[in-house]
Write a protein that binds this ligand. Structure first.
Ligand SMILES: Cc1ncc(COP(=O)(O)O)c(C=O)c1O
Length: 426
């Protein structure tokens, strides 16, 4: 039987080290964290996030707006605020978390294809820096709210550039057939831009586009810029927001394209299209800033060996803390934090504890054959769209989130209790 070497350090955050087979994060054993905070547990490497944000800002020299849908809690919002970046929110709830953490509203970019009147009023009253207009109906809604507040609201207009990024269909957003934005080729974008520019209550600041998520082929971004060039020439935006979507490696064999290559591709396309240096370029990465900063630590429960078929390794979480495998068929790897240098010499299916056969975290995972009930098992690269997409399916409480850096470990989000499962019930 073939084996898979131990987990690659490239899938782990910068602060993780392996000593005598044990995984440490900033000198704290992952097993100790599991002991103190329980499992499942999201362990975030705070320094990794700071380093990624700094790298993104340095590579692009543009304004970076962190796409908070990837992961948001107050601790993270405070960190992003202190790093001086902007923040993309896509609902009143995300806006509330950011504001309640003291995030500067002037650096908030408010997205959404169906913002409610209440969300719009909340954002306007809070002094949100930029609203991203997604429909003609929203122009009217936002005008009403701005008028009532007695101030012009700065806005971007979201357009769909007609670029089909090579990624999962559910996370492709730049194509013509999309619920987001105004199509460039149909003329809808032109119409919306005219309407916004002639509005007395909307202050036209620029154009926004986002072509999708988990993008590895960077020439998609060049195509995006090419498609936007005409609008930029015609409407002279002050800001050109090119969205996020930069891909991240989740399993061996995948490579992070990285911020430098992304920026190089975008710089070249902007230059080729003669896009004025006066335009302030903004990018909106989410996943690439936080995905590799975290791992989820589970405890192994039942192990079922079905002779000639498959071995099922059940963990104490599942699709409620990581719905990505179920939603997108996303791949992950796993390793034992207490035997992180062990050869992974058996193939098994890592499943959760939910009442769904589809509750699979990793279909064919390479795992050490020593893995036994009671051991810890960690899945790296769970920092984006894991906790933020978590649910209480089967009334399973959501796990705690812990932030670790050189100062130590601190609880950022407490884990839910059974009592929390009836908190909203009347
Ligand atoms: C408008 C917008 N901006 C930014 C992002 C962030 O994408 P990613 O996390 O892939 O960088 C998304 C994600 O879907 C988005 O919809």
């Amino acid at each position: 039987m073939s084996t898979r070497s131990p987990i690659s350090p490239r899938l782990l955050s910068r602060g993780v080290s392996i000593r005598d087979g044990r995984a440490f994060i900033h000198r704290i054993a992952v097993a100790e964290l599991a002991e103190e905070f329980g499992t499942p547990l999201f362990v975030y490497d705070a320094e990794h996030i700071r380093a990624e944000v700094t790298a993104a800002v340095q590579a692009t020299e543009w304004q970076v707006a962190y796409a908070s849908k990837a992961f948001l809690c107050r601790e993270l919002a405070r960190m992003m605020d202190s790093l001086g970046v902007h923040m993309d929110v896509a609902s009143g709830g995300e806006l509330h978390v950011a504001l309640s953490a003291g995030f500067d509203p002037a650096r908030i970019v408010f997205h959404g294809n169906n913002k409610s009147e209440a969300e719009i009023e909340y954002g306007v009253a809070a002094g949100v820096g930029l609203f991203v207009i997604d429909s003609l109906a929203e122009i009217a809604r936002l005008e009403r709210a701005a008028k009532a507040a007695g101030r012009r609201q700065p806005v971007l207009v979201r357009v769909t550039p007609g670029v089909e990024a090579h990624t999962h269909e559910y996370i492709m957003t730049g194509q013509e057939d999309s619920k987001f934005g105004f199509s460039v080729t149909s003329g809808a974008a032109e119409e919306a831009l005219r309407a916004v520019r002639s509005s007395s209550w909307l202050d036209f600041q620029g154009i926004h586009a986002h072509i999708g998520s988990q993008i590895f082929l960077l020439d998609s971004y060049a195509k995006e810029v090419d498609a936007l060039a005409v609008l930029v020439q015609e409407h002279s935006p002050r800001i050109l927001n090119l969205g996020g979507g930069l891909g991240v490696a989740y399993v061996a064999g995948e490579e992070n394209p990285g911020f430098d290559a992304w920026a190089t591709q975008l710089f070249a396309a902007l230059e080729r299209n003669g896009i004025d240096r006066e335009v302030r370029v903004m990018v909106e990465p989410g996943r690439s800033l936080v995905a590799q900063s975290a791992m989820t630590v589970y405890r192994v429960g039942t192990i079922k060996r079905l002779e000639g078929l498959r071995t099922y390794v059940s963990v104490d979480g599942g699709m409620s803390d990581n719905p990505r495998p179920v939603l997108y068929g996303s791949g992950y790897e796993a390793f034992m934090p207490e035997a992180a240098d062990a050869e992974r010499d058996q193939i098994a299916t890592v499943v959760g504890k939910h009442c769904e056969s589809g509750d699979v975290l990793i279909r064919d995972a390479w795992l050490p054959s020593s893995l036994a009930e009671g051991d810890l098992l960690a899945t790296p690269v769970t920092g984006a769209y894991g906790y933020s997409m978590a649910s209480n399916y089967n009334r399973v409480p959501r796990p705690p989130v812990v932030f670790v850096d050189r100062e130590g470990a601190r609880l950022a989000v407490r884990g839910e209790s059974f009592e929390d499962m009836v908190r909203l019930d009347l």
